[in-house]
Design a protein around this ligand. Structure first.
Ligand code: PLP
Length: 369
């Protein structure tokens, strides 16, 4: 029996992506590579809904925070970091380590950052050069209201730096229409690729900020990446196999249609939340802001998170994940992003009900499927 791989990243690879990775190496300064990379950048721009630049590095998503910091800011610059979970917290801590003057807007985990709260934080203090936003907080399963938050940030003259690691490719993301200045993501989530590619969309205001940003940088330098990208190349040896994979995935998303992909994610989110509720379980995220790329819930009293995950894996070949940070042992997270359809989600919900029953949970645990 194959594993029903329901982590909130990495995510399962579609057959076309797996097949693309079988391809032999090609010269990375030759015409074949340039045609491939040119098409990747073009498709990625379309899916990000931007006329601006999209750049790619061999790295995991976390590098995107560093790319943003060293390219758009200078030591001592004030920024506001919005924090509603573990990833927002990491972004804030990395910025502090680089010597930015980090102000924080913390909200309880499981809640979203609201435009009102952001406006309150920005109105109250000295101006900030940038606002850090986590589009989809993977540690809690919350999707923040990004268009509204970006509007508030812009109204206050701040750059919007967006962590879209678990949203890009799966949730509506309108880089230009929403006025997002820097959007970072990682290949291993809704992009349906293996881990290892950092993808960043960079808009005009970000380029303006970049020109006066004074951190030293080499590998992450935006100017170097853009100069190469203009020739459909990368400054250093590109991760060819990952780029073959990304190319295949972008073609799949384009063939399905970006709006259809977003709608499929919305349907998977609905289905999963309904199934969890039917099992009598408590969803963790504020329902108004529940994510359509992953769902988090609390196990019933008397059932430990680790036992539930072990039972799911051992008896049903379903891989899910626990929480992070302070809520690591309080919630379970089930991913439904990327290459995911109804049968896998229904299978996971059935397995969840059976696992809870075998662990002696008391609720009437029958998912209505
Ligand atoms: N930001 C978010 C929202 C994430 O979900 C993750 C990883 O899960 C990261 C950042 C860090 O990405 P990576 O683990 O690829 O470095």
């Amino acid at each position: 029996m194959t594993t029903n791989f329901r982590l909130p990243g990495p995510t399962p690879l579609p057959p076309a992506v797996l097949e693309a990775m079988q391809r032999e190496m090609i010269p990375h300064r030759g015409g074949e590579f340039k045609a491939l990379f040119g098409e990747i950048l073009c498709l990625a721009r379309e899916i990000h809904r931007t006329e601006g630049d999209v750049l790619v590095w061999p790295a995991s998503g976390s590098a995107g925070w560093e790319v943003a910091i060293v390219n758009l800011f200078s030591p001592g610059d004030a920024v506001l970091a919005t924090v509603c979970g573990d990833f927002g917290d990491r972004f804030a801590r990395i910025a502090a380590r680089f010597g930015l003057d980090v102000r924080r807007l913390d909200v309880p985990w499981g809640s979203a950052v609201t435009p009102e709260a952001l406006a309150g934080a920005l109105d109250g203090g000295a101006p900030v050069k940038g606002v850090f936003l986590t589009h989809n907080e993977t540690s809690t399963g919350v999707t923040n209201p990004l268009p509204e938050l970006a509007q508030v940030a812009r109204d206050h003259g701040a750059l919007t730096v967006v962590d879209a690691v678990s949203s890009a490719g799966g949730l509506p993301l309108e880089t230009d229409a929403w006025g997002l200045d820097f959007v970072l993501s990682g290949s291993q989530k809704a992009w349906m690729c293996p881990p290892g590619l950092l993808i960043a969309a960079v808009g005009a205001r970000a380029w303006d900020a970049h020109r006066s940003a004074r951190f030293p940088r080499f590998f992450w330098d935006l100017t170097a990446a853009r100069e190469s990208a203009m020739a459909n190349m990368t400054p250093t040896t590109p991760p060819l196999t990952l780029l073959y994979a990304y190319h295949a995935a972008l073609q799949m998303i384009t063939a399905e249609g970006v709006d259809a992909v977003w709608a499929r994610h919305a349907a998977m989110g609905e289905l999963t939340r309904a199934g969890i509720r039917d099992l009598g379980l408590k969803l963790f995220a504020d329902p108004v802001y529940a994510s359509n790329t992953l769902t988090s819930f609390q196990p019933p009293a008397g059932v430990e998170v680790d036992d539930l995950l072990r039972t799911l894996r051992r008896d049903h070949q379903v891989e899910a994940q626990k929480g992070q940070g302070a809520i690591a042992d309080q919630i379970v997270r089930i991913g439904h992003m990327g290459w995911v359809h109804e049968p896998e989600m229904r299978g996971a919900l059935t397995a969840l009900g059976a696992s809870l029953r075998s662990l002696g949970a008391r609720q009437p645990l029958v998912a209505v499927l």
